[in-house]
Design a protein around this ligand. Structure first.
Ligand SMILES: [Fe+2]
Ligand SMILES: [Fe+2]
Length: 222
């Protein structure tokens, strides 16, 4: 039953992510890397790891991760205005979409409620207060989502994100520093769990070291 619910959630999310990819392509933007899909796959893996290490319910965290950004995915069955509204409050709409899907699948009401809270509360890079979020599954989804934005793979995801959008010209160094290191350090301050903090520290150490090298290469010193 649990395995079935996981597979069905995964199938549903991948189909919705494909709709977002089709929308991006229809606007003539880059389809080389599909940021939202790559990000979601990473968040699912991280949610599993962090849930396992913290004792959180793994299935709640995995299903929550699959659905967490679906509120940002273009839905061809809705009007442009409705899609815009969803994007502005993607936590809430993603949570609603998960609730509707899981109710149809006759999942346990407590399970549905916890997935709902975790998705609704995952939005933003910073949060109020230093106390870990509750319930634990919400802290895990937050940490999985934010940890996916720290480190070199995160920076490449970010580059794909900018290429999937209409953006003004920016220098390579600016992208590496301001949208890279500075943002990552800020995100790090807002993690909940010790395991995510440890993983983030390793990622930041590697990012800083390789950033120095990259800056030297870009200046022509190396
Ligand atoms: Fe999000
Ligand atoms: Fe996300």
């Amino acid at each position: 039953m649990q395995q079935e619910l996981y597979q069905e959630s995964k199938r549903y999310a991948l189909q919705r992510l494909q709709e977002e990819a089709d929308y991006i392509k229809s606007r003539g933007l880059s389809a080389v890397l599909h940021y939202r899909k790559e990000h979601t796959l990473t968040v699912v893996g991280l949610a599993r790891t962090i849930a396992d290490k913290t004792g959180a319910d793994i299935l709640i965290c995995e299903v929550g991760a699959w659905f967490h950004d679906l509120g940002k995915c273009f839905n061809p069955r809705l009007s442009p205005e409705e899609n815009l509204k969803r994007k502005k409050e993607h936590g809430l709409y993603g949570a609603e979409e998960a609730r509707e899907f899981l109710t149809q699948k006759k999942a346990d009401p407590d399970f549905i409620e916890e997935v709902y809270i975790a998705i609704k509360d995952h939005v933003g890079l910073t949060r109020k207060g230093r106390e870990p979020m509750t319930p634990l599954s919400a802290a895990v989804i937050w940490d999985a989502d934010k940890l996916s934005k720290i480190g070199w793979s995160a920076w490449l995801h970010f580059l794909a994100y900018t290429c999937n959008r209409k953006r003004e010209e920016q220098s390579f160094l600016e992208l590496l520093n301001r949208d890279g290191l500075e943002t990552m350090e800020m995100i790090f301050q807002n993690l909940n769990t010790d395991i995510a903090k440890k993983m983030a520290e390793k990622r930041l150490e590697s990012y800083r070291k390789n950033l120095l090298h990259m800056e030297g290469v870009l200046r022509g010193d190396i």
